[in-house]
Structures are given as structure tokens and as C-alpha cells.
Write a protein that binds this ligand. Structure first.
Ligand code: FE
Ligand code: FE
Ligand code: ZN
Length: 276
């Protein structure tokens, strides 16, 4: 069965997200661990988590994906901001232990003119500081479009970060279809080649999740503007091929398209109908 869901608001807790997912025929979902612009996280309510886990087991929801605030920059030039990213992510990973066995995705960051090498060193350094041998969460690097000085738009950059992390078993990658397309990987005409390139450079065993988005912009535009499925330059047919690709089809897929719940329900139904 296809594992697919969408990004949901976490403001009402885990059980509310589980119920929203079930309502739209999703069997997974993504959520922000706290306000996406940063700030304090609401305390985890153990009874909410407990009720959620029972609900999830009953409704076949598993492998949920947490997303770090996108304003964090682990490779900022400002030490205070690097420190903030480090403390926030360490705190998030502790909270993730309430729901063991899931993934935590983050944007590697922007090196803001310090250069790729410095950026990669800061990002892997932070990971070496926060990862714990006993943790049960896998931390994912998200593929980025490469706008400005974003790190992670080339598979080689992600590989370099992974190579420098000591507790490498706790690391993986989340591939965002809009981001790789905007970054210049032609998943419309050359999906097999892009998947083979990912395997050659990073290794498919590292791939743990897919963000399933269309893009408002053409190949290589480096803009990062998500579109609804079929309303962008990637298109419905190409995204159906992504979901059915033999190397990808067992992964969990997350829609981050500009939709409300009913729009997500329709996109989930579309992908389920076309899953072979
Ligand atoms: Fe993201
Ligand atoms: Fe994404
Ligand atoms: Zn994006």
C-alpha cells in the first residue's frame, strides 16, 4: 500500500493530527515540531501522545515525519544563530523520543558567503554535537533548491555532510521533488537517471522520505515555490511516475502543496488511484 500524507498543523497536538490524517485517507503525516519561525515548543502532553499512538495503530498510521523550523541555520556566520539551531534541534530530538522510530527532517542551512566548505563543516559539526547513540529518531537532510547560499542542492554536498557525521546510522535524506527539480535534476524526462545518480553519490539506503510537490518554476530555476499536483512545471504524470518508481514506491510520501485539507484529500486520492 502507498504510504502518503501531507503536512499538518501541530498546534492541537498529536491525536488531532492523527485524526486529520485518517479523515483524508492519509497513513502518515508531517508536522512542524514548533512554530516554523522558531520560538519555544509547546510541552509534549504524554496523554496526548498515548492516545495518538493507540489511534495510529488502529488506523494504520506510521512513520510520521517531524520538520525542524525552517528558519534555523546550522551554518550561519553568527555564532549565536548556530548555537540556537543546535540547541533547538537537540531539544526537538529529545521530544521525538516520545514517538520513537520516526524521522526528523531539517534544511541543512545557508553558508551566507562563508563558502560551501565552511557550511558543510558547521552542519556536520552540529550533528556530531547533538546525535546520541541511544536515540531512536533518524535525522534527515532535505535536498534544497540552492537559492542564495543554500547548502544541499547537489547530492555531493549531502554526501559530504553524511561522511563527516560519526553516528552515521542515525542519518538519512529526504528528497523534495520541487527542490531537486528547481535545483536542476530533471525528474520529468530523466527520473531513472536522477535516481541512479542519487544512488551513486549518496546511496539509496539513505533515502527515507519524499516530499511530493509540483513546482511553479522551470527546471533549474532555484526558486522553491511549491505548486499543487498537476499545476506546476513537473506535472501530474511525472509525479505519478515518482510514486510508482521501483526504488521509491515503498517510501513515505509527504505533500507540501499549497492546499487545505480537502485539497490534500483529493491529491492523496489521485495518487492512490494511480499507484500500481
Ligand atoms: Fe522543508
Ligand atoms: Fe520540502
Ligand atoms: Zn520548499
Amino acid at each position: 500500500m502507498l504510504t502518503i500524507g501531507c503536512h499538518l498543523s501541530s498546534s492541537k497536538g498529536y491525536l488531532a493530527m492523527g485524526k486529520a490524517a485518517a479523515q483524508i485517507n492519509a497513513n502518515t503525516f508531517q508536522f512542524f515540531t514548533r512554530n516554523p519561525r522558531g520560538g519555544n515548543a509547546k510541552a509534549i502532553v504524554p496523554s496526548d501522545v498515548e492516545q495518538y499512538l493507540a489511534f495510529a495503530a488502529e488506523h494504520g498510521i506510521d512513520r510520521i515525519l517531524a520538520h525542524a523550523p525552517y528558519t534555523l541555520n546550522a551554518c550561519s556566520a553568527d555564532e549565536k544563530l548556530r548555537d540556537f539551531a543546535c540547541r533547538t534541534m537537540a531539544d526537538d530530538l529529545q521530544r521525538m523520543e516520545y514517538t520513537p522510530g520516526n524521522c526528523y527532517n531539517f534544511h541543512p542551512g545557508s553558508h551566507v558567503g562563508q563558502g560551501l566548505e565552511a557550511g558543510i563543516a558547521y552542519i556536520s559539526g552540529m550533528l556530531n554535537e547533538i546525535l546520541r547513540p541511544e536515540q531512536r529518531t533518524t535525522v534527515l537532510l532535505e535536498t534544497m533548491v540552492g537559492k542564495g547560499s543554500e547548502v544541499g542542492s547537489r547530492f555531493e554536498e549531502l554526501r559530504e555532510i553524511l561522511d563527516r557525521v560519526t553516528l552515521t546510522d542515525h542519518m538519512g535524506v529526504c528528497l523534495d521533488t520541487c527542490h531537486v527539480w528547481d535545483g536542476g535534476y530533471d525528474i520529468v524526462r530523466q527520473l531513472d537517471e536522477v535516481v541512479a545518480e542519487f544512488d551513486r553519490v549518496i546511496g539509496l539506503s539513505r533515502l527515507k522520505a519524499i516530499h511530493l510537490n509540483d513546482s511553479l518554476n522551470p527546471l533549474g530555476a532555484r526558486k522553491d515555490r511549491h505548486a499543487k499536483i498537476g499545476e506546476g512545471h513537473i506535472g501530474k504524470e511525472a509525479l505519478i511516475r515518482v510514486v510508482n518508481h521501483p526504488a521509491l514506491r515503498e517510501l513515505p510520501f509527504y505533500l507540501e502543496t499549497p492546499n487545505e485539507l480537502d485539497g490534500y484529500a483529493a491529491e492523496i486520492a489521485l495518487m492512490r488511484e494511480n499507484y500500481r
